[in-house]
Write a protein that binds this ligand. Structure first.
Ligand code: PEP
Ligand code: CO
Length: 455
């Protein structure tokens, strides 16, 4: 266990001394170091005060005063760096958050899996396609998805490209969420109601939009304009900090502050496969000031998870750790209560969030990877109930979703069937909820929250 290594021994590069999982097999180390040095020269993508502000909001969510909505693509790609894709994801996240704010009556912290979610953990290093073996696709930050032996070779230059694409994406998000943009609550016409017309939630959604606009007008009528901040909405970014060359190159100190910040994103998270306390990822994460997500699902040991939380957050700071549980609907009742017991029993402060996606993946008879809307909803419902029983709070959800009209998850109000999956299946990795399924889930999550979490 590396908690006997003192913080003084930590540096953005101290992880390099430890064994590491999921590291791509880069053919040329000099090229890799060159790309790393280049990345170190570039300006940060986010700021320390944004990171600190997110941590405070996550602390509020851990107390049940706000709710964390984290979501986006499983694997963001370089091609996703275009206006259509970014606008659509932002729009669906905003619309979901408006539904939740309205229904739950508390603030929602929006965190996209975006602007850097380019690295994927994989079970195998190679895959067989036809008669040939290829290096596995590890996300656009490492190699190309194309079935081409050359393009599948990990290329360090992609680390630099990931930085540029993240910067462009973030720049557009910032522009869109500024005053008067489409996130402006004065313009419900931007919220695209048309696609909902055929959906059973249409009336509920239309009423909600009306009541939000009335509330905005009312507030403006009684308060001076400078006090009304409804024109601007906040949006944070997150990604799995898997390729540590990328994240450590952007790990910087901030003037007048102590400690180090990963300034490539607001909220990096540790994946379920790289949370071994003896290995490099945990070593990297224990030294940064950012709020950290930790994925927890089988296989795991409750004591190990509690030790890990302690290593990552020795001062037990509120808002620092978000435990994102991902058991699967059929296993959550078996796994979650003991984990809650251990974490709470040791007095460790965490924000509990549920990822109802990764434990509910299965392949159809045709071999298409999918998830059922009902399993996703069921894991969320069970998680709310388990937390209520334990006296803890489920303060957030972590979803794989898109603003596009894809056909990757079965079920939902429109009843997508397995035989309809191939009509618009686009994901390079895991299946995502589409626009309509995401909005529907926002209503249903709000409903559960009202039943279970309200004090
Ligand atoms: C993911 O979030 O895409 C992922 C790989 O999750 P996990 O680490 O929980 O398997
Ligand atoms: Co995934």
């Amino acid at each position: 266990m590396n908690n006997d290594i003192k913080k003084a021994d930590w540096s953005p590069e101290s992880w390099r001394k430890l064994p590491i999982s999921q590291l791509p097999d880069y053919p040329d180390n000099d090229d890799l170091e060159k790309a790393y040095r280049e990345l170190r020269k570039y300006p940060p993508l986010v700021t320390s005060w944004e990171i600190d502000s997110l941590k405070k909001k996550l602390a509020s969510a851990s107390r049940g005063e706000m709710f964390l909505l984290q979501g986006g693509d499983c694997a963001e790609t370089f091609e996703h760096c275009n206006d259509g894709h970014i606008v659509k994801l932002l729009k669906v996240l905003l619309q979901m958050s408006f539904i939740m704010i309205h229904e739950m009556n508390i603030g929602v912290v929006r965190v996209g899996r975006i602007a850097g979610q380019y690295a994927k953990p994989r079970s195998n290093s190679h895959e067989r396609i036809g008669d040939l073996e290829y290096p596995i696709y590890r996300g656009d930050i490492v190699n190309a998805f194309d079935v081409d032996a050359k393009l599948r070779v990990p290329s360090p230059q992609r680390l630099v490209e990931a930085y540029h694409k993240s910067g462009l994406t973030l720049n557009f998000i910032r522009a869109l969420t500024e005053n008067g943009g489409f996130a402006d609550l004065h313009h419900p016409e931007y919220w695209e109601l048309d696609f909902m017309r055929k959906n059973k939630y249409y009336e509920e959604y239309a009423n909600l939009v009306n009541s939000i606009t009335n509330a905005v007008r009312f507030m403006e009528g009684i308060l001076p304009t400078e006090l009304v901040s409804v024109r601007q909405v906040e949006m944070f970014t997150s990604h799995e900090a898997l390729n540590l060359y990328y994240d450590s190159a952007q790990t910087r100190q901030s003037p007048h502050k102590t400690g180090w910040y990963n300034m490539s994103t607001h909220m990096p998270w540790i994946g379920n496969r790289t949370r071994d306390p003896k290995e490099a990822h945990v070593e990297y994460f224990r030294g940064i000031n950012n709020p950290i997500g930790v994925k927890v699902g089988p296989p795991y040991d409750v004591d190990e998870i509690a030790d890990l939380v302690k290593v990552l957050n020795p001062s037990n700071e509120e808002g620092k750790i978000t435990l994102i549980t991902r058991f699967g609907s059929s296993k959550v009742e078996e796994g979650l209560p003991a984990l809650i017991d251990k974490i709470e029993g040791r007095g460790l402060k965490v924000l509990w969030s549920a990822d109802p996606m990764h434990g509910n993946t299965f392949a159809t008879d045709e071999g298409i990877k999918t998830r059922a809307f009902d399993d996703i909803l069921s894991e969320i419902k069970k998680s709310f109930a388990i937390h209520k029983d334990a006296g803890t709070i489920l303060g957030g959800v972590h979803l794989e979703m898109t603003g596009e009209d894809v056909t990757e998850c079965v079920g939902g109000a429109n009843g997508l069937k397995a035989n309809g999956l191939s009509s618009n299946y686009q994901s390079y990795c895991d299946p995502r909820l589409n626009y309509e399924q995401s909005l529907e889930l926002a209503f249903l999550i709000s409903r559960e929250w009202k039943q279970h979490a309200r004090k």
